[in-house]
Design a protein around this ligand. Structure first.
Ligand SMILES: [Zn+2]
Length: 285
């Protein structure tokens, strides 16, 4: 039977140590991060969701596929895998996306889940070489796949993207993309292009999307964003010139907002919200 995670795991702030060690012995208990596509197997009920902890994968009643060793959370081995198609779930267990699980799992477990969802997808998507199509195998010395025929090495893909809070005096630049619902605004963001510095990406994205120049670009923080494989690199910057001119294919509206007059902004899961909260904290009304 699938057991619940030990209660202490929900409370303690434990370090996660990444590792590519061999899989633990079947008798050793491990925390399993098992996916159906991008959705994680969790136990419902109670105030927090947990992942299965069990010693022998056969106790699931089915065999997880594409198992990878992730590392240790405290003293617990962590593994990720895919569920086989149409695997029956014990009562009380279900698959949920990580956006739904934020703030509903212990932070320690959620952080491992963010790793696990990306590595499970990587394993799923790199069974064959992207250059010649031959089967790949797992490199024993690093987190990589190598092609048996042409030796091409494939690492887990991370897509860096900048996100930037641009201020002008006591106002913050917020924009609404066409894909967002009416009334929902956020700070600007965009993917880094090959060959760019992060500062160049910040300047290019702001210029492209709203037509203004920025300077005083300062690093703020970062956040893995596994939807599917972004790493958000957050910056602050200040207005340096130009008038708002929308890139109409992408941006529906943009403007300067005071801290006391913000529209609907992103939820707390995102570093976009952290940037906006920092602006509000720096501009008390
Ligand atoms: Zn190849």
């Amino acid at each position: 039977m699938i057991r619940r995670v030990m209660p202490t795991l929900r409370l303690m702030n434990q370090p996660f140590v990444s590792s590519i060690a061999a899989l633990p012995e079947p008798a050793e208990p491990a925390l399993w991060f098992i996916f159906n596509d991008m959705q994680l197997l969790v136990q419902t009920g109670g105030t927090l969701f947990t992942v299965p902890a069990f010693a022998n994968q056969d106790t699931m009643g089915w065999t997880p596929q594409r198992v990878q060793y992730l590392g240790r959370l405290g003293n617990d081995h962590c593994l990720c895998a895919d569920a086989p198609p149409d695997a029956p779930l014990p009562a009380g267990w279900r698959f949920l996306g990580l956006r739904r699980l934020f703030d509903h799992m212990a932070p320690d477990l959620f952080r491992v889940a963010v790793r696990a969802v990306q590595l499970a997808a990587w394993e799923r998507n790199t069974q064959f070489c992207g250059r010649c199509g031959a089967p790949t195998h797992t490199k024993p010395t690093e987190r990589a796949k190598i092609c048996a025929a042409c030796d091409l090495t494939t690492y887990p893909r991370i897509s860096p993207a900048i996100i930037v809070a641009v201020t002008r005096d006591d106002t913050l630049l917020l924009a609404r993309a066409h894909r967002h619902p009416p009334g929902f605004y956020s700070v600007l963001a965009g993917f880094v292009e090959p060959g760019e510095t992060l500062e160049e990406t910040v300047q290019r994205e702001v210029k492209e999307e709203v037509g203004i120049e920025v300077d005083n670009i300062r690093y703020f923080g970062s956040q893995p964003w596994p939807f599917p494989d972004s790493l958000m690199l957050a910056f602050t910057a200040t207005y340096a010139g130009g008038e708002i001119t929308l890139e109409e294919s992408e941006i529906a509206d943009a403007g300067w907002y005071t801290a006391a007059n913000l529209p609907l902004v992103p939820p707390p899961i995102s570093i976009a919200r952290t940037l906006i909260n920092a602006f509000v904290a720096a501009h008390p009304s």
